[in-house]
Design a protein around this ligand. Sequence first.
Ligand code: GLU
Ligand code: ZN
Length: 488
Amino acid sequence: MSAQKQVRVRFAPSPTGDLHVGNIRTALFDWAYARHTGGKFIFRIEDTDRERVTDEYIQAAIQTLKWLGLNWDEGPEVGGPFGPYLQSQRLDIYTEWANKFLAQKDAYHCYCSAEELEERRKAQMAKNQAPGYDGKCRDLSSTQIEQYKAQGRKPVVRMKMPAGETVFTDLIRGEVKFEHKYVPDFVLMRADGSPLYTLAVAVDDVLMKVTHILRGEDLLSSTPRQIRVYQAMGVAPSDYPAFAHLPFVMGQDNAKLSKRNGEVSIAWYKDAGYLPEAICNYLALLGWSPGDDVENVTMQQICDLFTVERVNSSPARFDMKKLQAINGDKIRALSQENFLTYAKEWLVKSQVISATESEIALLKRALPIIQERVATLAEIPQLLKFLFVKTFEIETESLSQIKNDSAKEVLQKSLAVLAQLENWNHSAIETELRKLLIEGMGLKPRVAFGPVRIAVTGSTISPPLFESLELLGKPESISRIKSAITLI
Ligand code: GLU
Ligand code: ZN
């Protein structure tokens, strides 16, 4: 028995924008698989298309992975024994291999122009044949080649796809078979010498000794071409990486998740107040299950429990509500100190506080009453700004709700009672207001407390009312109720 090869998994995005939900689900599974098996997690940037993949997007991808806690063992910034890990810095390697394939006659120069290819494609379609390259340049005579050269044609490098089929065992979907009549000879290098994805990805997976390729199902059909490149590189079939194609992530409408049917950019979720551990927890459940109906998992548990056997082959549906619920759970699970750090950051960013000592002291008192309640960090400024504003104002929409006699009466009577209250704490405030408004006036809680809430917090949505009054303090609460009365 030979010793087990060390697992090497790679995440290989082509960042043509912010990484999206699907990319990160892949990255997370790659990372978890590497961590679970004690292997290496490689981060490789596939940036051969420098018109679409910019430095800015590459930086953003690096930051996003860091923010999520998906740390890599080899890749940008950390380096590693098989670098560089940016494909744009490996172009000579691809050229060398393409030349080798040409020399071995596994590949050939194809001189067909785009127009000619298109014309032949149309003809194939008209005859109900599978469209695709017809092998025209496979065996050109030297006279023909000279003629093409004389015409100034610049060839692409095309790989010969032999007759037959490619069969491999996908770790998620089992045996997958591709008949080569549907996999025509494919381009490895453009006429300008730039490599195509299929060449670069396969060469790098071999050179970087990748053992497992976990990636999106959209890449399933490129697998036979990649395997063809491994063959041409002289890799023994027993050394091919294993493939595991992850199920699609669908939107609520059952169409593939995209900008049209949901928010897809991870940066958006960050800006909307989602915690990295909530995003990872939620994405882990998209196509994978930790078992026993467990839904709340830590990063450590994801690593401990992750196996490819528990990845489902059917599509997963993205459910924003569930993500939100998990985010709320993760917020509740934060230590007071971490919640304070987040709250401070959000309140400063939205200019509610400038983090003075007295603001922080008040904030520390206020946080316990909202930590249980918020689903996203973005709710914090909205909920707490009434405590910190310099010039207090009631939201227009809320003001219109207290412009009536009954609200005025509630406020006037509450004012009288609260002005007399010696012990300004939430339970005393609650006792007094209940006695007055619920028992005394026979009002329903919403009718009773709604106007007070609007008067002191400026909004219909606030932290618990009595705690809010306590935090705001007696003088300010009294003054806000007075001024609300004058507005009615
Ligand atoms: N760079 C490819 C992409 O972003 C993925 C490569 C792979 O995982 O095979 O679509
Ligand atoms: Zn050709």
